[in-house]
Design a protein around this ligand. Sequence first.
Ligand SMILES: [Zn+2]
Length: 311
Amino acid sequence: MLGRRAFLAGAALALAQGKALAATSAPLPKAEQVGDGLWVVRGADEPIAWGNGGAIANSVILDAPAGAVLIDPGPSRLYGQALGRLAQRLCSKKVGMVLITHLHPDHAMGACAFDPAIVHALPQTRKDIGEQGSDFADALYRILAGAMQGTTVLTPQGDLAAGPLDAMGRGLQLYALNGHSAGDLVVLDEQTQALITGDLVFHNRAPATPHARIDQWQDSLSKLEAIPHRLLIPGHGPLDTGGEALAQTRDWLGWVQDSLQRAVDSGLDMVEAGALPIPDRFAPLRQARYEWQRSVAHFYAGLETQALPIL
Ligand SMILES: [Zn+2]
């Protein structure tokens, strides 16, 4: 039990450390232990917005013998720094390795809080961040303003490949998949059998599709279903232990693909398509209307072009 004095001292320290972040809209990250030496920092199940400082993606902290390992350092330098302090407090070690699951800024831009030499990603993700990182940064600065102060695009220095990885002395299995983006890293923590999926899996939160190839994504979900695991940590939304998140992501993507095709075939315009009813079974998914309308925006022009008669 924490004494009142210790609590107050801790609170004062947290206040000092959080001062930079508290001066902005961004909430301080909070960790939830979900396994031996394994913590999840949950993002808000919301779109990127000023009030959440862009902290909408889940991050993972692993306690490894030679240092803390951080998976997905969040949207900004300040948030990345706060995650680094949190990891150091939990593991009594500095962050020695940062892994980025994919290019999206809510997962990746906090990497600039760390030494580039310790930041690793798949080669495809390095390429994507190199090409698109500055556009993402511009977009986040417009929405998040002060929460982004000091944030720069950091291209990961380390290449990751599928197979085993000795992460600061903790055994991980890496999978190089795609479909949510062109390069989606999935991590299996051997010690806890936790499957850390990045944005290939969303749980009780509608999947985002700005760089999605839905057929590839469905193939990747089949591969994930075949990996034995005890716990699944999705890119967004709560943990899952029963396979619900994988099934839900698959169901949503199937519905999106079918509904887009039907809407194009029946000649609806984008506004009409965006207003189509969403089935009741998706009621548990936060942001369903928002993501459906974004998917219409992402895919509609391409589907209409395919549907046009060749003259
Ligand atoms: Zn993403």
